[in-house]
Write a protein that binds this ligand. Structure first.
Ligand code: PPE
Length: 308
């Protein structure tokens, strides 16, 4: 991670090196936190954060599912994000809001622990590599199942859930693949460790429904809307492993991964297809401010405004 100047922490902009906590914080011991991954892009209008309010609303929803009360409203966090982007002066960056139960008492109950709220920002390139973005990645069906809806609420982007993702991605990479794909307990396709999954078959675009233990991805939602607007039929439907292998195209979406083609699943070559590349182009044109069609998703940061 590339160090930047400031980190927003509990209402203040502090130096990168000073944004520290005690080893006794609850979130470290039990994974009791919620977070977001957001990208700010360099656009002709200045730095613009993609669907910032939606990401911050999801942070609030995640907190609610963990019985956690966030001390800041969506609007306060939006202002904080703008301040951070301004003060760090990066044309483009990845933003990582995180809220977790802090230092107070241990024991799995969260009672007595304050909620710490932090936003970090740093430059983050292509998640699955520039080469992956262009020519596609390889994926392996993970032997680790996606956490079920009644295990941990998968709708929450909760830090503890990411042990599930860490196992899947580590297993896949140790076996020589770029990424893992997780199935549910009943064997339908869920999502990647940090991405949602789409299949293109006979001109239609298919993706697992929200009930399939997936994170309700904001990139997923954006790509569905873009595809609809371009005239594609998009179906949210259960997919099985064979649907991936027999697909015309497979791709993954995520804030970090953007729209990344999957060129092979379990060593079955699928290749990179035209629908994926068309959606990827529209997505990248939108986030980088090169296209007006979906420009309402960009939250432009006014650089002239003084920091709060
Ligand atoms: N599923 C999972 C499990 C997931 O973590 C992400 C985001 C998505 C789907 C896509 O969601 P969205 O970003 O709203 O389109 N993963 C974030 C964190 C990745 C990481 O390694 O950290 C991200 O892409 O920022």
């Amino acid at each position: 991670m590339e160090q930047t100047d400031k980190i927003w922490m509990n209402g203040e902009l502090v130096d990168w090196a000073d944004a520290t906590v005690h080893v006794g914080v609850h979130g470290l011991h039990y994974g009791t936190g919620v977070f977001e991954g957001i990208r700010c892009y360099e656009t002709p209008k200045g730095p613009a954060v993609f669907r910032l309010a939606e990401h911050l609303q999801r942070l609030h929803d995640s907190a609610r599912l963990l019985y956690m009360e966030l001390p800041y409203t969506v609007d306060e966090l939006r202002q904080a994000t703008h301040d951070l982007v301004r003060v760090n002066g990066l044309p483009a960056c990845y933003l990582r809001p995180i809220a977790f139960f802090g230092y107070g008492s241990l024991g799995v109950h969260t009672r007595g622990n304050p909620v710490e709220t932090v936003i970090m920002s740093w430059p983050w390139g292509a998640y699955l590599g520039e080469e992956g973005l262009r020519n596609g990645i390889t994926a392996k069906i993970s032997s680790w199942k996606r956490v079920g809806a009644n295990v941990i609420p998968h709708v929450a982007k909760a830090t503890g859930i990411y042990l599930n993702s860490m196992l899947a991605t580590t297993e896949a990479q140790r076996a020589g693949y770029d990424e893992g794909i997780m199935l549910t307990d009943t064997g339908t396709v869920a999502d990647g460790p940090g991405e949602n999954i789409f299949v293109v078959k006979d001109g239609r675009i298919l993706t697992p429904p929200l009930s399939t233990s997936i994170l309700p991805g904001i990139t997923r939602d954006s790509v569905i809307q873009i595809a609809h607007d371009l005239g594609y039929v998009v179906e949210e439907t259960d997919l099985i492993r064979a649907d991936l292998m027999l697909a015309d195209e497979v791709f993954m979406t995520g804030t970090a991964a953007e729209v990344t083609p999957v060129r092979a699943v379990d060593d079955v070559e699928i290749g990179v297809g035209p629908v994926t590349l068309e959606l990827q182009q529209h997505y990248l044109d939108t986030v980088n401010g090169r296209s007006e069609r979906w420009s309402h998703w960009l939250d432009v940061v006014e650089l002239a405004q003084a920091s709060a």
